[in-house]
Design a protein. Sequence first.
Length: 214
Amino acid sequence: METVISLFQKGGVCMYPLLLCSITGVAISIEKLYHLYRAKINPKKLMDKIKEAVRRKDYANAIGYCEATPGPVARALATAIELRALPDEEVKQGIEESVLSEVPRLERFIPALATVVTLSPLLGLLGTITGLMKLFNVISQGDIGNSAALSAGIAEALITTATGLSLAIPFLAVHNYLSNKVESIVNDMEKSVIEFLNFFRTEVRDAVEKPAGE
């Protein structure tokens, strides 16, 4: 059975950029999976702690809960707590800026992974063409009996095509998974902030409207 190195050598020059795509894709996938795993939290548990602190008007402790929790959801909630006393329009603007500042961090390197997904099969196709060119060159020279030369062109065409598709398919799945994770985290940020603001406004209104002595 042929070794990986032997197949790599038979694949021709297009195997080198394909190897680079492979390394890049694996590195991005590992980094993003780890980063998004740390960014994903249970918003309900954090929200329960924050609500309890807000009921006691212990806003410093509420912010502390956020700072002790990694991820963009906690940072967005910390911003909402810090801006709680401002007019609604300013609070909304500040939170939007906070959320927008987190999105590039979450999406970092995902476009590069999309490039790997697109580029890999194209490089495989390029390898197919160069392999067929070698094959036709052998035929045009009337060297049809040279089975080694003929098989070299066919091998290059098939190996590069298979390699390009073998990279594109799993990386496409990872790319879609990461994109869905980012969207889920952004939704958690928005929902958690809205939930906190609604809770805070209700608590403040109830405290103001509640008759003295009750």
